[in-house]
Design a protein around this ligand. Structure first.
Ligand code: CMP
Length: 138
């Protein structure tokens, strides 16, 4: 059993894609162990994407992630990290496989609707960044 952090980003929320993204998750058989809607502060977005702090796209990414509310989720299941990444598709929607969330709903490499942890260590950090243990339902 593995956990991963998923985010429906502000572009996905404002475009009315919350239900469609959750339908992908449930169809795949991943369990939603926690879920919360939150408008991230600048500091929260900067801390979350700290590994990208030196990238040229960092200021724009932080601005995008704080432009409106996100939906934060903890997904649970066998091999959850890889299964959620497969549902999302490649970071750049133009390069994502047909049928993936980013291909179907994404705009560009930044405004790509969803986020997912990329490895077990990252997932542990990211889940803990947004959720306390007592907010995660077994
Ligand atoms: P995500 O999977 O959340 O991880 C980092 C985010 O930065 C990524 O999705 C995109 O939203 C954004 N991103 C990654 N690469 C680029 C890029 N080259 N230009 C702009 N934004 C990017």
């Amino acid at each position: 059993m593995q956990r991963t952090l998923a985010i429906i980003k502000p572009d996905g929320v404002s475009a009315g894609h919350i239900g469609k993204v959750i339908a992908h998750i449930e169809r795949e058989g991943l369990r939603i162990a926690a879920m919360r809607m939150e408008h991230l502060t600048k500091g929260e977005a900067e801390g979350f994407y700290d590994v990208h702090r030196d990238k040229p796209f960092f200021p724009s990414l932080v601005s995008f992630m704080t432009e409106g509310p996100c939906v934060l989720l903890v997904l649970e299941g066998e091999n959850a990290i890889e299964r959620w990444r497969k549902l999302m598709g490649a970071t750049d929607p133009a390069k994502a496989e047909p049928g993936t969330i980013r291909r179907e709903m994404g705009t560009n490499i930044e405004r790509n609707v969803v986020h997912g942890s990329d490895a077990p260590g990252t997932a542990a950090f990211e889940v803990g960044y947004f959720f306390r243990g007592c907010e995660i339902h077994y």
